[in-house]
Ligand binder design. Structure first.
Ligand SMILES: [Zn+2]
Length: 246
């Protein structure tokens, strides 16, 4: 992994940027967990407890680093297949958990009218926030696990090279993480890959929002695409041809 890098210009050593993302997964994994191997490390989508155990042995065997060198856990969205291992991970590393501020804004805004999450879920499914088309009560557990709310475009705390890109579509709170220097994009379930097919953009009922997300992602210079499910893609323009699932 350490030998993977991008030459921007062979004459200019300053523009040599090492790829930072490691994929922690095996054929039994339901979802991919990613590790950003910065000076301090970031775990993106801890996945299941199995993924957390794999992460632990990966750090040990391949990077010779320890769990206390993780200083941030980021959730690309709150679905359980990407978040059920958060508690297991936090038992072994004290890093804070960060997720999209969209959830926080919607929940806090709605709480003025209701203190009940059950009522909230009902309200969201039938009320004016229809674009929040799936907000299961199970989110309550994830919501309580989040320490840091991430706004669109900001750099990650302590890791300013990694930018938050709001990418509503698969879920309203979906986000991607982008590093313009290494040209890596971690895209959660906004884009997944399926063997033999083009990258798949997963949508909801809001086509306009999904179209805007695709436009934003295509405007980024990306060479490495790391999806929430399926294999990472290394390509010059991985988002030129995509299938869209409404
Ligand atoms: Zn998923």
């Amino acid at each position: 992994m350490g030998s993977d890098y991008i030459y921007q210009s062979q004459d200019d050593e300053r523009l040599l940027h090492f790829r930072q993302v490691h994929t922690i997964t095996d054929r039994f994994s339901m979802a991919n967990t990613y590790l950003i191997n910065d000076e301090r490390m970031i775990v993106v989508d801890p996945g299941t407890e199995l993924n957390v155990r794999q992460l632990q042995s990966y750090l040990d065997h391949f990077l010779h680093r320890t769990l206390d060198q993780i200083d941030l856990i980021v959730l690309t969205h709150l679905h359980p297949d990407h978040t059920s291992g958060v508690e297991a991970l936090r038992k072994i590393c004290a890093a804070p958990v960060a997720a999209s501020a969209v959830v926080h804004h919607l929940l806090e805004g709605t709480r003025h009218n209701s203190s009940s999450m059950a009522h909230l879920a009902e309200h969201l499914l039938t009320g004016p926030l229809q674009y929040f088309d799936l907000f299961p009560p199970v989110y309550e557990r994830q919501y309580k696990q989040v320490d840091i709310w991430l706004e669109d475009v900001v750099g990650l705390p302590g890791h300013p090279d990694w930018r938050v890109i709001a990418s509503p579509g698969h879920t309203p709170e979906s986000l991607c993480l982008y590093n313009p220097f290494t040209q890596e994009l971690l895209c959660g379930d906004t884009v997944i890959t399926i063997q033999g097919g083009a990258p798949l953009l997963r949508g909801s009922t809001n086509r306009q929002q999904l179209g805007e997300t695709l436009r934003v992602l295509r405007s980024l210079q990306v060479h490495y695409l790391y999806p929430g499910h399926g294999r990472p893609i290394l390509a010059l323009h991985p988002l030129t041809n995509v299938d869209v699932e409404w």
